[in-house]
Design a protein around this ligand. Sequence first.
Ligand code: PLP
Length: 624
Amino acid sequence: MSSSPSPSPAPTAVILAAGLGSRLRGVRSGPKGLLELGGVTLLERMLAAVHAAGVRDVVLVTGHEAEQFAPLLEQRAPTVRCVHNPDYARTGSMHSLWLARSAVPGDLLLLESDLLFEPRAITALLESREPDAVLLSGTTGQGDEVHALGDETRLRALTKRKPAGEASLGEFVGITRLSAVTFAALCRHYEANVAFPSNYHYDDGLTAVAATQRIGIVAVPDLCWAEIDDEAQLERARRVVLPRLDASADPGPVPRKILLNPGPCTTSWAVKRALLMPDLCPREAEFGDLLDRVRSKLVATAEAQASHTAVLLGGSGTLAVEAALVSLVGPGNRLLVIENGAYGRRMEEIAKAHGLEFRTVRLPWGGAPDLAAVEAALAEEPAPTHCCFVHHETTTGMLNPLAELVAACRARGIVTIVDAMSSLGGVPLDLRTVPADCVVASANKCLQGLPGVAFVLVRPELLARAGDRPRRSLYLHLPDQWQAQEKERQFLYTPPVQVLHALDAALDEFFAEGAAARHARYAACHAVLVAGMKRLGFTCLVPPAWQSGLLTTFLEPSDPRWDFAAMHDHLYARGVTVYPGKVPGLRSFRLATLGDLRVADVERALGCMADHLRAVGLAAPGAA
Ligand code: PLP
């Protein structure tokens, strides 16, 4: 499919740098933007970040000791335009901003000059769909915080005095995006309500304007940043923030994409950055430490520390499914494949390719699974010794009843092999209470790692038993791979070192977020998606009770104006990837809400879809 990005015009960056910086007098007297950290001024860092985000037009509002900026601007940033606030000593930041109005031709990106932050702060704001938005972070503990109040998507107030009992939506970073319309409203509010001179700040102006004008919220909870107003904050910036920025060795922001395909998924910056690591020989102890860490974290994702071991393979998920089947289903064993989608069918293909003895129980795709048919197949003589099935059938977005299927197999002493490729990490999976024998998944779906590593969580006694049998495959023989990883702390053959390193970072994020919080985030994204798609007139294939909450199949409208490829191209040009359907004979498409996505991303995707539908005259395509 073709893509033709249509960039929106870049805003003008307005940097407020007029203040006295009086609380830093003990350290230095000049403008705070000229403070050097790690040998680079705050202003230079800010200009680099703004520039890297594609914003070339910059207005600097100077005041206190304005002349000090001249050498830096002449040598390093000659295109920056300056506006001077001669009343800087008796006015607040709103007056400085107001003075800049005639230098700003359209939308603006507003920044305070005393900030040290990760460059992704700016891309997050500019990539947001909100034309007016404040940037919020999680708790910094830096003191003098400005809290944002409102609902999850709309600002009501910015305040340093948060009312008791009211939750803060986050800390205001001091970076804001304003449309020309809202900026004009802000200036009008200032002119009409504030007598000159006044120490009035634009935070208060935004609060006033937010009563009538929508001002959105862009939250980057893990953003590392500092405001530098006093010595304690300067110290924190030097000790805490600067080392993190240096460690990130940020080569410039990588555009963030919203991937609604079911993996490889949208990943965090930390996961992408983990690819940048010192070259490492995988026969070194350092690699062994990494492998140990990843293996022990993987078993913990399914609460299986006491019962299962992790065996990793360099390759895609199918490779690990194939390894599990060829290693665990031995000569004389009989496999039952439960098939209600393309990935169940793939397991059948694997069994066929390796000449395993198998039967298949076929169930309708996307509907409620017929457990009686499964029971009958399990009971059929000669009885199966192994049973394999898919937990989340990514073909349709339906979640098979894992607990019931595992219980039915265990009651008959049948070994269970579960493809949890697109569910592990995204929905609860506790192998202490749902004791599947073998679970297969990959790094790049709900665990939010990068593609290239897949793994098997398996009971070691099954591997030991399989190790006594002749190999069906050299590479895919799990007992050999396990021995190498367990005893030698190495892969048997060359591992994807950097991808493993990224998986380690992704697992750290998984545990930092917490499994329950991740499940809740995914559920919230799914709920917003389904409600939004319904408003747009689309219908889901899978009934709500069986929806995974991770991927949703939508039926394509029959209207001749509907064209999935056109919709795809419209969204792709705006950084959103959607995915075709996979059910034979059914016109459908799929939207996954797994990965490092937030509700705001889903809303953005829905907004792009609504724009496209309107443009082609299909306001509510399926509603007719
Ligand atoms: N099983 C399931 C349930 C999947 O969703 C997928 C891929 O989407 C696979 C297996 C195959 O994984 P891969 O494409 O990584 O080989």
